[in-house]
Design a protein around this ligand. Structure first.
Ligand code: ATP
Ligand code: MG
Length: 254
């Protein structure tokens, strides 16, 4: 459902910076893929290109056989609304709106009826344990709650591809586990394809496959076998094989 062919990105500036080189990556419908790599290796850049927030310098992106970078402005807006869900590194919530208004935002753009929106929002909020804060403003809630609101908003229109940048980055291990279980259940029940950037090996171990990036290039990938625990260990081993003292992979990032 997602196919990247030789995607490269050079940030122009006083000094041009090559952030990605010849990335080939394919994701099947319903697959859950994690992307890992040191800070600055190009993970967010890659996600921004797939989400069409940014254009590749060269190479091709196909989502369900279509290149979103070739769509006209209106068609692109519609495509993004219908096909994609995003969870950003900084949540991107709107602070003038309530939690509930933030969650239903993707539906309001599509003209869904208010009652239907409220029902959908309620169901998702209950699943995520945020039903009691629906009427709060986003500056009145905690970081972990904000993260769940961002997840609820990304899921409410049932996208075919969900893109997540560090969805557990600011959560403690219990909250992080809840979020991962939530993502896995969307993935399994709705057959939503999932591409998640994470520094956290525990979070990555919930995926079907982990792709490692280093210096803007694909480094390696490993698949999940029978046990999540064994997969977790393989991920840890690969991270240490990739080098560094592990501090680059710190999950504490605000
Ligand atoms: N708009 C930009 N202009 C110039 N260089 C950029 C820009 N955005 C990112 N870069 C550079 O591209 C490289 C990759 O950045 P990117 O944000 O993709 O890293 P990342 O893997 O997501 O890192 P992190 O784990 O810290 O979030 C970095 O060296 C960064 O400095
Ligand atoms: Mg990043």
């Amino acid at each position: 459902m997602l196919k990247l062919t030789k995607v490269s990105k050079v940030y122009e500036g006083k000094v041009a910076y090559r952030a990605l080189t010849d990335i080939n990556l394919e994701i099947e419908k319903g697959e859950f893929v994690a992307i890992m790599g040191p800070s600055g290796s190009g993970k967010t850049t890659l996600l921004n290109i797939i989400s069409t927030n940014d254009a590749p310098t060269s190479g091709e992106v196909l989502i369900d056989g279509k290149d979103p970078h070739k769509l006209k402005k209106n068609d692109l807006a519609k495509f993004r609304r219908n096909e994609l869900g995003f969870i950003f590194q900084d949540f991107n919530l709107l602070h003038t709106l309530t939690v509930e208004e933030n969650i239903v935002l993707p539906l309001t753009l599509d003209g869904t009826r208010v009652r239907e929106m409220k029902e959908k929002a309620q169901k998702i909020a209950e699943n995520l344990g945020i039903a009691s804060i629906m009427n709060k403003r986003t500056y009145e809630i905690s970081g972990g709650q904000a993260q769940r609101v961002a997840i609820a908003r990304a899921m409410i229109h049932e996208p075919r591809l969900l893109l997540a940048d560090e969805p557990t980055g600011n959560l403690d291990s219990k909250a992080s586990k809840d979020v991962m279980k939530m993502l896995v259940s969307i993935n399994e029940e709705e057959k939503t394809s999932l591409l998640m950037v994470t520094h956290d090996p525990q979070a990555a171990s919930y995926s079907d496959r982990v792709v490692f990036i280093r210096d803007g290039k694909l480094h390696s990938e490993i698949h999940r076998g029978e046990s999540r625990q064994a997969f977790f260990q393989k991920i840890i081993d690969m991270l240490s094989l990739m080098g560094g003292d592990g501090s680059d992979f710190s999950s504490v990032r605000v």
